[in-house]
Design a protein around this ligand. Structure first.
Ligand code: UTP
Length: 301
């Protein structure tokens, strides 16, 4: 990126994965939802891949007691590698080496699920003086096609401050989301943010731009996180820290992402993602398409 410095780009991605996963019970009693496979790849590897592609060199996974398996997934498996090597299974070998090779992985511990803002705050001790900004990626939100973080870094280079990601959602379907109050800039896909309303009725929504799980946050957010109290649901909300920064004049923009998304955090959204990815898979796609067509009684085309 021309002219970009560590002031405007980021090298650390924070991935909060310490939530209770209540929407995915009973499975999440024992299996972290971040490890559920979209076809054969855990959602968190897809998100780590996205962060690495956008230039992150390390990922801080915020975990909770009992969810160590999420970070373990990014460690080398020498015995398994040896077994696959001796059997000449080179493709599988490459697949299992992929996640550990994407970026450096560290963990931060959130002892109790006190909210997304609280989870992000736990990663502050992992940062160094180079981290003028950090990316935050929610691992249960797949934003497709990938690449929005790079555009967000460009917007920070131009406008400074923090940059969030939004989807343009039809007004009648806006109610489940956090919705931005925005004004236009000279780029149609970049808006200046003045505030945010959580889960508004369609008539009260300040815009049709709904928040997605990608953030590029100026380091100032960690100071703001120390100055907010519990918000919606009694939790420390990341959006409340961003709102505090906005009220103090910190520039916040959104990039409007023109693409799709999957919510991996509930069974319905997860199934859609799995089917979407599987239909594009050269190995499983054709047979799945045929079976699905037969199952729903339509035609293949
Ligand atoms: P979600 O609300 O989607 O996840 O939070 P959750 O809390 O696990 O899910 P439900 O509502 O109980 O089903 C978005 C992201 O923030 C993380 C979650 O792990 C998820 O990736 N999170 C949330 C934390 O790390 N800590 C928290 O206290 C809350």
């Amino acid at each position: 990126m021309t002219g970009a410095t560590s002031e405007t780009t980021f090298r650390t991605a924070i991935v909060p994965a310490a939530g209770l996963g209540t929407r995915f019970l009973p499975t999440t009693k024992a299996v972290p939802k971040e490890l559920l496979p979209v076809v054969d790849t855990p959602g968190i590897e897809l998100v780590a891949d996205e962060a690495a592609q956008a230039g992150a060199s390390r990922m801080v996974i915020v975990t909770s007691p009992g969810k160590e398996a999420v970070a373990d997934y990014f460690r080398d498996s020498p015995e398994l590698e040896h077994a696959l090597e001796s059997k000449g299974k080179t493709e599988l070998l490459a697949r299992i080496r992929r996640a550990p090779g994407l970026l450096d992985v560290e963990t931060a511990l959130q002892e109790q699920a006190l909210g997304l803002g609280h989870a992000v705050a736990q990663a502050e001790p992992n940062l160094t003086d180079d981290d003028a900004a950090v990316a935050v990626l929610l691992p249960d939100d797949l934003v497709l096609p990938t690449g929005v973080l790079s555009k967000m870094a460009e917007v920070r280079a131009r406008h400074g401050g923090s940059v969030l990601c939004a989807f343009d959602i039809p007004k009648d379907r806006i109610s489940p989301y956090g919705v931005f109050d925005v004004s236009d800039t000279d780029d149609g896909d970049v808006k200046r943010v003045h505030g945010m309303v959580e889960k508004p009725a369609p008539d009260e929504a300040p815009s049709t731009y709904a928040a997605a799980g990608r953030y590029l946050l100026d380091r100032a957010v960690f100071d703001a996180l120390k100055r907010i109290g519990p918000g919606s649901g009694g939790e420390l909300q990341l959006t409340d820290a961003v709102a505090l920064l906005i009220s103090e004049g910190h520039p916040v923009h959104v990039v409007v992402h023109r693409g799709g998304r999957h919510d991996l955090g509930n069974p319905g959204g997860f199934l859609r993602a799995a089917v979407d990815f599987a239909l594009d898979d050269p190995e499983y796609g054709p047979a799945l398409r045929e079976w699905l067509t037969d199952r729903i009684g339509g035609t293949a085309d």
